[in-house]
Design a protein around this ligand. Structure first.
Ligand SMILES: *[C@@H]1O[C@H](CO)[C@@H](O)[C@H](O)[C@H]1NC(C)=O
Ligand SMILES: *[C@@H]1O[C@H](CO)[C@@H](O)[C@H](O)[C@H]1NC(C)=O
Ligand SMILES: *[C@@H]1O[C@H](CO)[C@@H](O)[C@H](O)[C@H]1NC(C)=O
Ligand SMILES: *[C@@H]1O[C@H](CO)[C@@H](O)[C@H](O)[C@H]1NC(C)=O
Ligand SMILES: *[C@@H]1O[C@H](CO)[C@@H](O)[C@H](O)[C@H]1NC(C)=O
Ligand SMILES: *[C@@H]1O[C@H](CO)[C@@H](O)[C@H](O)[C@H]1NC(C)=O
Ligand SMILES: *[C@@H]1O[C@H](CO)[C@@H](O)[C@H](O)[C@H]1NC(C)=O
Length: 442
C-alpha cells in the first residue's frame, strides 16, 4: 500500500511539472489528490518523471492503474489460491453470494429491452444503463479515446469500480464535473430503477403510480454518494453496455475475486442491426442509402471497414467465450436477440439461471406485459414492443443490395451465430422463410 501511495504522489508531482497535461488528466489527478494524499512517507518511489515523450497517454494509464478497484491487489493470487476460492459450483465465491451481471451488446441489438429483464428484478437489484457513455463522450476526440487498447482498459477499470459500487472513477468523466458527488447529468438515469427510488430519489410529493419513472418524478440532481450506498445495500448488480468491444479486455475484471461476474453477450443479425441503424440514425447512414440506390457497396470505404471491424469483434468475443478458457468458465453466455424475441420468458429464465439470480415475479410480470402488447414503439430506445414481430421488421426495410453486402462483409460472424444468407430479394421478404438456424450455444 505504501508503494501505491508513493507512486500516486510521484505521479501528481510529475503532472505538475508537465505543463501540457490534458484536461482529463488534471481532473483525474485532482481526484487522486483529494482522496489519496499519502499519510506515510514514500519508501521506494518508482520514477515516472521520465515519461514525457509519450506524455499524457502513459500518465493517464499510470494514474488509472492506481485507482481503487483495479486488479492490482487481487491479480497475484496463484492458480492454487484461485482454486480454493472456487465453490462447489466451480465459481469464485468471495462476493458473499452477490452476482455481477454484465450485459455486453452493441447498439440496436435490443439491449435496452433485455437490460430491463434485470432492471425490473425488484428491490434486490442495482442496475446501471450505459454508464460508459460518459467516457466515450469525453475521450472520443482525444488520443486516449482513439487508442482502442487504452480505451478498453479505461472501460474495464470503470466497470470494475462500478460493480464495487464506487462511482468515483466514473465521476471523472461526467461533464460538467459533479459537485460534491452530486450531478444532474448522469446519462439516462431514468433507465435505472434503483436511481429513481428511495433513498436515492426522495421526491417532495409521492405518487404510487409514478413510482417507476424518474422523469415524472422530481428526483432532483443525483447524489452519487447515495447511489453508492444504495448499490452496496443491493443483493445483485447488473450493468448494460454497448461499449465493450472485445471480451478478452475484461479478463482482469472477471478474475477479480471480490466479484462474481457473469457476462451475457447479446448478438443480433448484422443485417437487422444495419437496417435498424439506418432508421434510428438516418442522417448518419445517408451513404448506405446512396449505395442502395446505386446498387453497389464499395468494400474499401471506411464505413464498410467499420462494419467489418464490428462484426469481427463480435465473432472474436463469441469465439473466445464459447471456447471456455479457464478464466471464463461458467461465466459466459451467448444470447441471440432473435431467440429472446421468439421466446422471451424462456430465454429470460435461462439468463437468470445462468447468473444464479432468482427469476423474480416482478421481472416475469414485466416481460409478460412488454412482449404481448401490440402498442407501437414510441421512440428509438423504446422497450415496449411486440418483440417477435419487431424482430423481423428489418427484412422489409433493408434494400437487398445492402443485405447482400452485409452477408459478404460479416459472413463468418453470421455463420457462427446461425443467421442464414438470402440469395435474392424474394427470400429476404418472404416471412415463411426463416433466416434463423436453431442453435444452442451454451
Ligand atoms: C526512465 O528511463 C530509464 C532509462 O531510459 C528507464 O530505465 C526507466 O525504466 C524509466 N522509468 C520509467 C518509470 O519508465
Ligand atoms: C502479491 O504480491 C505481493 C508482492 O509480490 C505480495 O507482497 C502479496 O502478498 C501478494 N498478494 C497476494 C494476495 O498473494
Ligand atoms: C456463496 O457464499 C454465500 C455466503 O458466503 C452463500 O450464501 C452462497 O450460497 C454461496 N454460493 C454458492 C454458489 O455456493
Ligand atoms: C495504444 O496504446 C498501447 C499501450 O500504450 C500502445 O502499445 C499502442 O501502440 C497504441 N496504439 C496506437 C495505435 O497508438
Ligand atoms: C449526499 O448523500 C450523502 C449520504 O447521505 C450526504 O452525506 C450528503 O450530504 C449528500 N450530499 C448532498 C449535496 O446533499
Ligand atoms: C406479435 O405480433 C405477431 C405478428 O403480428 C402476432 O402473430 C403475435 O400474436 C403477437 N404476439 C403477441 C404476444 O401479441
Ligand atoms: C415463400 O416461401 C415459401 C417456402 O419456401 C414458398 O412456398 C412460397 O411460395 C414463398 N412465397 C412467395 C410469395 O414467394
Amino acid at each position: 500500500m505504501k508503494t501505491k501511495y508513493a507512486i500516486v504522489f510521484i505521479c501528481i508531482v510529475a503532472l505538475v511539472i508537465i505543463e501540457k497535461e490534458s484536461n482529463i488528466i488534471s481532473r483525474v489527478s485532482d481526484k487522486l489528490t483529494q482522496r489519496q494524499i499519502p499519510q506515510q512517507t514514500p519508501q521506494t518511489p518508482q520514477d515516472y518523471s521520465n515519461t514525457t515523450e509519450n506524455g499524457s497517454l502513459t500518465l493517464l494509464k499510470v494514474l488509472l492503474s492506481q485507482l481503487p478497484g483495479t486488479e492490482r491487489n487481487y491479480s497475484n493470487y496463484s492458480e492454487g489460491q484461485q482454486e480454493e476460492a472456487l465453490d462447489a459450483f466451480g465459481t469464485y465465491n468471495n462476493s458473499g453470494g452477490r452476482k455481477h451481471v454484465l450485459l455486453m451488446a452493441s447498439t440496436r441489438t435490443g439491449s435496452s429491452f433485455v437490460g430491463e429483464f434485470f432492471n425490473q428484478h425488484g428491490d434486490g437489484m442495482f442496475y446501471l444503463f450505459e454508464p460508459l457513455w460518459h467516457i466515450e463522450r469525453m475521450l472520443t476526440t482525444t488520443a486516449e479515446g482513439s487508442n482502442g487498447t487504452v480505451l478498453a482498459g479505461i472501460y474495464r477499470d470503470v466497470l470494475q469500480a462500478l460493480f464495487l459500487c464506487d462511482f468515483s472513477p466514473l465521476e471523472k468523466f461526467i461533464s460538467p464535473p459533479p459537485q460534491h458527488h452530486v450531478t444532474p447529468d448522469l446519462f439516462r438515469r431514468e433507465s435505472s430503477l434503483s436511481l429513481c427510488e428511495e433513498p436515492v430519489c426522495t421526491p417532495a410529493i409521492k405518487d404510487v403510480f409514478e413510482r417507476y419513472h424518474c422523469k415524472t418524478r422530481n428526483c432532483g440532481p443525483l447524489n452519487l454518494t447515495l447511489a453508492s450506498e444504495s448499490c452496496l445495500s443491493k443483493e445483485h448488480h447488473a450493468i448494460k453496455s454497448v461499449r465493450v468491444r472485445q471480451l478478452e479486455t475484461l479478463q482482469s475484471l472477471v478474475q477479480d475475486l471480490r466479484l462474481d461476474i457473469r457476462v451475457i453477450q447479446l448478438v443480433r443479425d448484422p443485417r437487422a442491426i444495419l437496417a435498424s441503424r439506418m432508421v434510428a440514425f438516418s442522417s448518419k447512414y445517408q451513404t448506405w442509402k446512396t449505395w442502395a440506390q446505386d446498387g453497389q457497396v464499395p468494400e474499401d470505404d471506411e464505413e464498410v471497414k467499420r462494419l467489418r471491424g464490428n462484426c469481427d469483434n463480435l465473432r472474436n468475443s463469441a469465439e473466445m467465450g464459447l471456447s471456455q478458457p479457464r478464466w471464463l468458465r461458467r461465466r459466459y453466455m451467448l444470447v441471440r436477440y432473435e431467440d429472446i424475441a421468439r421466446y422471451p420468458m424462456q430465454k429470460a429464465e435461462e439468463m437468470y439461471a445462468f447468473t444464479g439470480i432468482p427469476f423474480s415475479s416482478q421481472a416475469k410480470e414485466w416481460i409478460l406485459r412488454n412482449t404481448q402488447t401490440t402498442q407501437e414503439a414510441s421512440g428509438i430506445y423504446s422497450t415496449q414492443k411486440n418483440s417477435s414481430e419487431q424482430a423481423e421488421k428489418w427484412r422489409f426495410s433493408i434494400p437487398f443490395t445492402l443485405a447482400q453486402a452485409v452477408q459478404k462483409v460479416c459472413g463468418p460472424t453470421m455463420k457462427l451465430f446461425g443467421y442464414k444468407f438470402v440469395e435474392d430479394e424474394k427470400s429476404l421478404i418472404n416471412k415463411s422463410i426463416t433466416l434463423l438456424e436453431d442453435r444452442l450455444f451454451n
